[in-house]
Design a protein around this ligand. Structure first.
Ligand code: MG
Length: 287
């Protein structure tokens, strides 16, 4: 199922897309939180979106599918070629040649205030950065809560998947050493267009690509992840309870702006479109 959060006549609703992908069926007039739906769902609530009348997608505005209660968990340097391009770019604080691949996943976070939805505008923040970059990523949505989750059981905790653009201010990422300052700016986390439930797709084998103004920049498959989804869930949940609605962005492939010489940072007016097979496309302009 594709489950979306959307705006209709000023009201936020949750709904399920029909098979045509052009009509959405609201679940309940009073349900506006995806986290609540996920909590109900893991407690046994079944839904299929066939209760209320469908509305054409053209008549609603899609919102980011979920605004989690706390920071989004993110993973850095999780595709080989990207780890190399980042280390060689001069923008990785403390980079050591020959040690581009980490023994443990690099975990950081973005605040939920950074999230915007499909087609929303990402601010360039010229007062704070001169080096805005894109990062196409598959994001995992947690269902069943758990702590110290073993890799062998981790996929039972995945409720679904969506797309995230881990927008990054490279100068701030380099200058402040820890990545929150370069990753957490308002609007720096476009997410959507919806969540695809885990029963429908294999998160470990999805094609992912990113275009800037129509030009292909990133192209990979999630099977190329260095630390796979089960390893990430095990690592993040070690001593930390993952909760329904937590979001884990799994890292970006090679082809980001700093992978070019000279770097190709985003400019006002650019449009970035990320497509993941089985999910759809997330497109945002920058201004
Ligand atoms: Mg990233």
């Amino acid at each position: 199922m594709k489950v979306a959060r959307f705006l209709l006549e000023g009201k936020t609703l949750i709904g399920v897309l029909d098979d045509s992908g052009s009509v959405i069926h609201p679940l309940d007039d009073h349900l506006s939180s995806m986290t609540d739906l996920i909590r109900f769902s893991v407690s046994g609530f079944k839904f299929d979106g066939k209760g209320l009348q469908g509305i054409p997608l053209s008549e609603i505005k899609l919102l980011a599918p979920i605004i989690p209660d706390r920071n989004i968990f993110c993973v850095g340097k999780n595709y080989f070629e990207h780890a190399k391009e980042f280390a060689g770019s001069g923008f990785e604080a403390g980079a050591v040649k020959g040690k581009e691949i980490d023994e443990y996943p690099a975990i950081f976070s973005k605040p939920p205030t950074a999230i915007v939805g499909p087609d929303d505008v990402v601010e360039m923040h010229p007062e704070a950065t001169e080096a805005v970059d894109y990062e196409a990523e598959l994001a995992v949505i947690i269902g069943q809560s758990g702590r110290n989750i073993p890799e062998s059981e981790s996929m039972r905790h995945v409720w679904g998947y969506t797309i995230v653009n881990d927008v990054t201010a490279r100068d701030r990422q380099r200058n402040h050493k820890q990545w929150l300052a370069g990753k957490g700016l308002d609007t720096f986390c476009p997410m959507g267009p919806w969540i695809v439930t885990a029963d429908e797709i294999d998160g470990g084998n999805l094609d992912i690509e990113c275009k800037v103004n129509g030009e292909l920049r990133q192209k990979a498959n999630t099977s190329d992840l260095i630390f796979k989804i089960p390893q990430l869930i095990a690592a993040i949940s070690a001593g930390l309870t993952l909760r329904p609605g937590d979001v884990i962005a799994t890292g970006t492939p090679a082809g980001v702006g700093i992978g070019f010489t000279p770097p190709r940072f985003l400019s006002s007016g650019d449009r970035v479109e990320i497509t993941i097979s089985g999910i759809g496309s997330l497109s945002n302009s920058f201004a």
